[in-house]
Design a protein around this ligand. Structure first.
Ligand SMILES: [Zn+2]
Length: 204
């Protein structure tokens, strides 16, 4: 435990917090306050080893998400990526303003997801493998690009947060049933800090 809390790091709300269930409001103007929130969102995501963090997870119901997918190291690997990954991965971490998914692929896949707001729980979620994203980049241009790979999954998970949806809302009923005791325990504990991260799991 660290005795001091860094100024720019916010508390992450966990399952049971009512703000996580709300639909968030669009951002009308990128002003200094929004810029401050954006940088705190990135710092908080980094401090908690997340690859994504949505504003409602820190108690702010505005349409803003931070994404911190790993950048691609090798030039050769870039050719394999979707246009959106090629455009966005080199700029990580980024903050998206009023992001929207314009369309989703019919093809889906299933992967385990975790969430900073649902600590210690990982479960398989089916999602489209690729989405067309339209979003403002803070202090940047408007992007519209088809995103695949892990980025597609992170985007869908984070944008769900803006509509009050958690990944556990997308689980098969029998899987949800299995994790119910853990969810109930989490709700009772309320704010849970310093949770144990499972090896290999990504927190979104
Ligand atoms: Zn999440």
């Amino acid at each position: 435990m660290f005795p001091f809390k860094k100024k720019n790091i916010m508390d992450v709300r966990t399952y049971g917090d009512q703000g996580l269930k709300k639909k968030s409001a669009p951002i009308k103007e990128v002003n200094n306050e929004i810029r401050k929130i954006a940088s705190a969102l990135i710092e908080t995501m980094r401090a908690d080893d997340g690859v994504g963090l949505a504003a409602p997870q820190v108690g702010l119901n505005i349409r803003m998400v931070a994404i911190g997918c790993a950048a691609v190291r090798k030039e050769a690997d870039m050719a394999m990526l979707s246009p959106g990954e090629r455009e966005l991965l080199p700029r990580m971490p980024i903050v998206l303003i009023n992001p929207k998914i314009i369309s989703s692929s019919k093809v889906t896949d299933i992967h385990d997801e975790g969430c900073l707001s649902v600590p210690d729980i990982f479960a398989p979620v089916e999602r489209p493998v690729s989405v067309v994203l339209e979003a403002g980049i803070i202090d940047g241009e408007l992007v519209r690009a088809e995103c695949g790979g892990f980025l597609a999954r992170v985007l869908q998970h984070e944008l769900d947060h803006l509509d009050g949806t958690l990944f556990i809302d997308r689980l098969e009923p029998e899987i949800l049933e299995e994790i119910k005791p853990e969810l109930e325990a989490l709700k009772k504990l309320g704010h849970k800090k310093n949770f144990i991260k499972k090896a290999g799991g990504s927190l979104l």
